[in-house]
Design a protein around this ligand. Sequence first.
Ligand SMILES: Nc1ncnc2c1ncn2[C@@H]1O[C@H](COP(=O)(O)OP(=O)(O)OP(=O)(O)O)[C@@H](O)[C@H]1O
Ligand SMILES: [Mg+2]
Length: 396
Amino acid sequence: MTFLLDHSLQGFLLIEGQSLVVRYANTAFCELVRRPRSEVEGSRFRDVLPCAASEDCLRRTSRVAREGVSQSHSIEVNVPGALVPLTWELQLSPVDGSATSARHVLVQIMDMTESIEFREQMVRINEKLIVSSIAQQELAEKAEKLNAELGRALSVRDDFIAIASHELRTPLTSLDLQQQLLELTLESVQGDVISKDIVRKALDITNRQIQKLARLVESMLDLSRINQGLLRTRIEDVDLGALVSDLIAGMSNEITSARTTVDLIVEGKVTGRWDASRVEQVCVNLLTNALKYGERRPVIVRVTRQGANAQVSVRDSGLGIAEVDHERIFQRFERAVSYKHISGLGIGLFIAREIAEAYGGSITVKSEPGCGATFTFEIPLFAARNVTDLGDEQTG
Ligand SMILES: Nc1ncnc2c1ncn2[C@@H]1O[C@H](COP(=O)(O)OP(=O)(O)OP(=O)(O)O)[C@@H](O)[C@H]1O
Ligand SMILES: [Mg+2]
């Protein structure tokens, strides 16, 4: 038996149950603790254990000797020559004594350091794998989301092209019709004289359609300028009350076509430094909407000063907008009505808000379906710093 133990690669000790004195130590153990066998054998177990937790170990050994039941436990030891503490697993087995000797305990020592390190490494690798698989999953989800967004963007673009073509075709058809009418009139007229009234009427209609076309093209150009961050501005002193009053006068044809009226209330003098054409563009967009969606009911425009801001509010008593749509309608191509019922590209409010925000201002809406809508455009009296002052340079 001792021959076998002496040739084992694991350390073995035989401890006397009561005195806890080492009666036998194999070669592997002596090499582990770097002590000669003569020194180990005959010493107390506590003196050969190179660890701080020896009290616990001794208690366990006594118990195994007393109760005759095996047990195992781990201890951390600092053996001479080892660079790091080692982890030993001790298997304590009772060895029944003879009539003359008391019960002994056979201690089998297994160095688990490497396998524990291996296990810890595996845990670390596993953790890394989990982290990377979570990251992979997140990437896959992001890719899926991007894909869906791309799909939506493409379908929105296609819708936009369809609507834009429809919108552009309407004034073109009307122009075409006017031209044909004029030709018919020319052919049917006696002599060389055409009534001034006929020419004036034809000119009015063509002018309106040309303006409509120009506005549509300008909006589409603005949209692409915004997309490229190229919406330019030219800062100058502006009398907001006068600006709004002029633009209402300039829109008299549209107001008449919408079969309604627009009342303007200007409270005090409201002046600031902005790009007049951009501020006008915002007001025109809001007013055009009020005429378009206002169901022929009167529109009220109010220009006021609110502290350091100027404010233009446009109130109509028409269709109104459900609360769920209040934010959406400010997004590109978003509409709350079908273009088959009321024409539009769905970019007017988007452009208006972009301009307002470029000046550090805002556009908000208050509305309920069937109760009309109030759009409020607020803008600091002095342009915010992020608006480029292009001096005399042309806008566009
Ligand atoms: N005063 C209003 N009353 C009711 N709905 C409105 C009003 N103003 C805007 N809307 C809703 O918001 C949507 C977006 O308005 P927006 O001005 O951006 O686009 P549009 O009028 O449809 O087209 P366009 O780009 O030609 O102006 C409209 O389609 C409409 O559904
Ligand atoms: Mg509009």
